[in-house]
Ligand binder design. Structure first.
Ligand SMILES: NC(=O)c1ccc[n+]([C@@H]2O[C@H](COP(=O)([O-])OP(=O)(O)OC[C@H]3O[C@@H](n4cnc5c(N)ncnc54)[C@H](OP(=O)(O)O)[C@@H]3O)[C@@H](O)[C@H]2O)c1
Length: 243
């Protein structure tokens, strides 16, 4: 099968690519600019194609990426813009709101619209949106993140309803507290891992490979999961105890 995973530089994408390559799939990833694409290429073997995709610029998508999407069986929407600064919602200006909607909603929907008609025609497709448990528990000062993740989740439910009968299955994975380079600023602090591990029912932070492991069941040919959101979070938002 042919897969596209957006945000190829992220630790979770790296784990998902590794898993899919091991299973014998053809895999491509995206990077938000040429410099990042060059870095990303160094990480992967030559078998992995790297396309430049800036989610903010959706009108002129690279033609190679467009044609790859036409033949894509697995579309894994993993890229997300950075939350630069945590803010209370009334301190976020309209420009930031528009930027975030343009990238994290319009950007992702552009990719779906390019892949979907071909999946329907082939009667096979797997669309997986990487959301976050943070978006479903209203995490403080993450207003825009909650807004765009939930907008995409809503669309995924609609796609599941409209296209499930064409064997185009759409699902959501919601990572919990993951130990990735994005979150190192938190777990790098002394005592953080120990403290959050007391709260997470499984007693540990998540690892990128655990996202990859959850992904494979959603891609299987005999998958009977459609329109579901799966928390890959060691049990969160349930908590073992309050700190
Ligand atoms: N880490 C966690 O604990 C955690 C928890 C819950 C959910 N998640 C979700 O899991 C996914 C991966 O997270 P991560 O922590 O591995 O992320 P990360 O390391 O910060 O990576 C984010 C990815 O998004 C890409 N990206 C950012 N802005 C972009 C743009 N304008 N256009 C195209 N691509 C862009 C980046 O590409 P470049 O590097 O090329 O710029 C990068 O590959 C995200 O959707 C995130 O919301 C993460």
């Amino acid at each position: 099968m042919k897969a596209l995973i957006t945000g190829g530089s992220s630790d979770m994408a790296k784990a998902m690519v590794e898993k899919l390559l091991k299973e014998g799939h053809q895999v491509a990833v995206t990077a938000s600019n040429v410099d990042s694409a060059n870095e990303v290429k160094k990480h992967y073997s030559k078998d992995v194609s790297v396309f430049v995709l800036n989610l903010h610029e959706n009108d002129n998508l690279n033609s190679e990426l467009t044609s790859y999407l036409a033949g894509c069986d697995y579309l894994i929407l993993n890229a997300a813009t950075k939350v630069k600064k945590l803010k209370r919602f009334h301190h976020i200006d309209k420009g930031e709101i528009r930027d975030s909607l343009e990238a994290d909603v319009v950007g992702n929907t552009t990719l779906i619209q390019l892949a979907l008609p071909h999946m329907i025609k082939r009667k096979f497709g797997r669309i997986v949106f990487i959301s976050s448990i943070a978006a479903n528990i209203g995490s403080s000062r993450y207003g825009l993140y909650c807004l765009t993740k939930n907008a995409m989740e809503g669309l995924i439910y609609n796609l599941a309803v409209d296209f499930g009968r064409y064997n185009v299955l759409s699902n959501i994975l919601r990572p919990g507290l993951m130990q990735t380079s994005r979150t190192e600023r938190f777990w790098g602090k002394e005592g953080y891992i120990e403290n959050v591990s007391k709260v997470i029912p499984q007693g540990k932070m998540g690892q990128p490979a655990e996202i990859a492991s959850a992904l494979t069941s959603l891609l299987a040919e005999d998958c009977y999961i459609n329109g579901q959101a799966i928390n890959v979070s060691g049990g969160m938002p349930l908590v073992s105890r309050y700190l």
